[in-house]
Structures are given as C-alpha cells and as structure tokens.
Design a protein around this ligand. Structure first.
Ligand code: EPZ
Length: 431
C-alpha cells in the first residue's frame, strides 16, 4: 500500500506551478470521440484518472498516444468499432460515463454499465438520462447495464433540476451533433464547462452561453479534428494555496486563472490570510498571524467549490474560534474528518454540517485517505502538524494530482513516498 510520510511544521516558501485541470481533461478526452479527425490535447496532467480515461477510449478502439513528459495527448477516434466501453473502467471511474453523449451523437447507440457510487455519495445519473431521453434517446436498463439507442438526436429545450456538471457535459456533447438547436436551462457553469465548449467550438460546434445558466447548442452534421490546451486546475491551485496558508509560509502559485478561484480567495481573506494577485495568472500567499475561523457553504459554481471543502477544513481546524461548514453538493463529503480527529482536530459532524473548533496545533498521526480530496486535506494537515504523519491509501491523491509531493518538497516540505512494507523499519520520531 502506498503512503506518504510527512514531517510537519515547516513553513513553505518559494513558487510552484499548477498543472492542467483533471476535470477539464476528462470531458475533453470523451468529446474527442465525436470526430473522426485527429485531436491533439495539451496540458493534460499525468493522473491515474487521465490514464483510466485513456484506457476507456482505447477500449472503444480509438487510437491514442499520450506523451506524459510533454503532457500531450493525441486521439483519433476515426476507427471506433465498439460502442461498449469497458465495464470495469466505467465502474472505477465515474467520469467514464461521459462517453455516453459522444457515442450516441456519433453512432446512435451505446451500451454502458451504470457507474458506481463512490465514497462521497451515490452519484446518480438520472439527470444525464432524462436530458438525453428528451432528445430522442431510448434507454433500457437491466442487470446494471444501460442500452441506449436513437434513430436521430433532436435538439430540445432541457431543464436540469440540478446544475449537474456531468449531465451538462453529456447533453452538450450529444447536442453538438443533434438535428436542430438545444437549450440547456439551469446548466452547470463551472470553468470546465466553458473549456469543453471551447474545445467543441474549435472542432466546429456552435455553442454559446457556456458558463451561464442557459447554454444554446446548434447541432451540426459533424465535427472536425482540432487541437486544444486544457485550462489550469483550479482545485489543485486551491490546494497549493492552502498548503501555504496552513504552514504559515510565503508562496507564489503560478498558472492560475484567478477568476476561477475567486470564491476561495474571498474566503481566505475573511480568515485573515494575505493573498494577492501578482499578475493575471499568479497569486502570492503569506500568512500573517493566526487565522480566524469562518463559516463555509459549498455550492455549484460560482459558489465555494465542494472539491476544496476538505482542504479548507484543515485550515479551519487551525483557525481561532468556531467555524460552521455546510456541504450542500454531496451527501457524504466529511470522510476526511476521521483523520483530522486522529490529529487532534476538534470537529463535530451532524448530517451535512460540521462544527470546527480551531486548535493551536494538530499532532502528527497515522491516517487513512478515503477519496481524492480527503487525501489532500490530510496531506495539508500533515504539513501543518507537529511531528510526523503517515497518510496511507495515497493512490487516491494520485487520481487527481501529478507529482504534488515533489512540488511541495520544492517548497521545503519534508515528504517521502513509501510502501507500507517500509513501515515496520521506521521509528516515528515524536520530536
Ligand atoms: C463533477 O462531478 C466533478 N468531477 C466533481 O469532482 C465535482 O465535485 C462535481 O462535478 C461538482 O462540482 C468531474 O468533473 C470529473 P454533479 P459530477 O453531476 O459531474 C447530483 C473531484 O474530486 N446529481 O455536478 O459527478 C449528485 O448526486 C470530483 O474532482 C444527481 O442527482 O457532479 C451530486 O449530489 C468529485 N443526478 C450533485 O448532483 C445526476 O444525474 C453534483 O453532481 C447527476 C448529479
């Protein structure tokens, strides 16, 4: 089992670069299936989830070449013969479900397993199916498999009961090649939606309004090959910014689209963290005195992102006073609290709310990651804590971050990766 050993209490200093966005890369890879022309995608980070998505499109017999050293991905879906992605891959990564819209648009049919839930929630797909059904897709579900087919995808006005990111993406990709015009009302407006729309428009789609609550997609007969560079990962940017805040350091984070992180910046300023834009794509974080606790509620974009709630809670666990954290997006996104409690944090969870009493310090401990963002929260806690922390199941971190531990080490963090077999030989020095 892979784990990170962190010797905490070291303020981070220096500058660090954010990589391309996981949650923009995955839908853009899926959208590459819409065209039989060559697609080149740059700034694609070497993540476990990106590797899984590559395997998914390969399971459909698309030609894929990934140069991880240059973070450059080339896809040609001209020779796809199969409309049934690997069940195992779809079940172990929910974003694989995003191939449904492209397969229906290109071939009029698909057979795909119901994506599993995961640690943070049941992750239903009813809004995906409801939207696509409205465009003329017939579904039959049995034995955990979905059979989907349509004689012709037609443009429709679709209202999403909830601004689901994935449903917006699946419907937008299908609508790009439907007959007529589709309107998605109450659409998700995350930056990753805008990036996907930009990719599709560069391939010849006619999408307007991405990033707003209503998106219009005029269907076209087909899309062309194209090239695209993925936006920076706003969640990784937030995690790096918070690593400076929790350790009381002074760090410049580069390759950040600052308007994508404005909810985080606003909240950090409320706690007393010094953060300033040093140009349009970088921010500097310096922690002054002890931070103040603040109340936090996660919401769809442009609200505070649920994917930064666990990491921000680590800062609140060290901030003066009481904070109320309300998680409105997922039903089970406090899995990081167990680990924080083992590190002497004071957090009480009641339903979708957590009350955090700030402590002067956290104590190093052996903790277990349960999901990607929980692993990031525990990593940050280890960086801030007195003594040594071991975070096990660190493969979760690698689903969403490439070389994060090396980049943090470049800022002075004392982190080493090891497998648990080394654990017996190591005395955890208490300091
Ligand atoms: C995307 O997941 C992201 N993943 C998530 O990031 C992110 O947390 C989430 O959006 C919200 O911002 C990718 O982009 C690959 P949703 P997605 O559909 O599309 C409910 C990470 O850590 N819902 O907006 O699955 C659902 O249950 C991951 O990088 C339905 O009820 O999110 C949830 O409560 C975690 N029916 C809420 O909507 C549906 O058909 C938000 O889900 C779809 C969703």
């Amino acid at each position: 089992m892979n784990e990170l050993l962190i010797r905490g209490g070291v303020p981070l200093h220096g500058s660090v670069k954010v990589k391309g966005s996981k949650n923009a890369s995955l839908p853009v890879i899926a959208a590459s299936l819409l065209t039989d022309g060559p697609v080149v995608i740059e700034e694609v980070p070497d993540l476990l989830d990106v590797r899984t998505m590559i395997e998914v499109v390969k399971s459909l017999h698309a030609d894929v070449n990934y140069d991880s050293s240059r973070e450059k991905l080339e896809i040609n879906a001209g020779s796809i013969k199969n409309q049934e992605p690997s069940c195992e891959l779809v079940q172990n990564m929910r974003a694989s479900f995003l191939v449904l819209g492209p397969l229906l648009a290109r071939f009029g049919k698909a057979r795909i397993t119901l994506p599993g839930g995961c640690a943070i929630g049941s992750r239903p797909i009813d809004l995906h199916l409801k939207g696509l059904a409205g465009m003329g897709v017939e579904f039959s579900v049995s034995g955990g498999m979905i059979e989907a087919r349509t004689d012709r995808l037609r443009g429709e006005r679709i209202y999403l009961d909830y601004p689901s990111v994935g449903a917006t993406e699946n419907i937008m990709m299908a609508a790009a090649m439907a007959e007529g015009t589709t309107y998605i009302e109450n659409a998700a407006s995350e930056p990753e939606i805008v990036d996907l729309a930009n990719f599709l428009n560069s391939a010849g789609a006619r999408i307007s309004g991405a990033g707003m609550k209503s998106i219009r997609i005029k269907g076209t007969g087909g899309l062309n090959g194209t090239s695209h560079s993925v936006i920076p990962d706003r969640i990784e940017a937030g995690t790096l910014i918070l690593s400076a805040a929790v350790t009381g350091g002074d760090v410049v984070v580069n390759n950040v689209l600052t308007d994508h992180i404005s909810p985080l910046v606003a909240k950090l300023k409320e706690t007393g963290v010094y953060i300033e834009e040093v140009d349009i794509s970088a921010v500097r974080i310096k922690k002054g005195g002890r931070t103040r606790g603040v109340d936090l509620k996660t919401l769809p974009y442009p609200g505070f992102p649920t994917d930064l709630q666990p990491q921000f809670m680590t800062l609140l666990a060290l901030s003066e006073g009481t904070s109320l954290v309300t998680e409105t997006v997922f039903e089970n996104r406090f899995m990081h609290v167990d680990g924080l409690l083992r590190m002497d944090a004071d957090v009480i969870v009641e339903g979708n709310r957590a009350v955090v009493q700030g402590r002067n310090a956290l104590q190093g401990a052996t903790v277990q990651a349960s999901d990607l963002r929980a692993s990031a929260a525990l990593l940050l806690a280890g960086l801030a804590a007195e003594g040594t922390t071991i975070v096990s199941n660190i493969d979760y971190l690698w689903r969403g971050h490439s070389g994060l531990e090396e980049r943090l080490s470049g800022l002075g963090a004392q982190i080493e990766w090891r497998t648990s077999s080394d654990q017996e030989q190591l005395e955890i020095s208490g300091e």
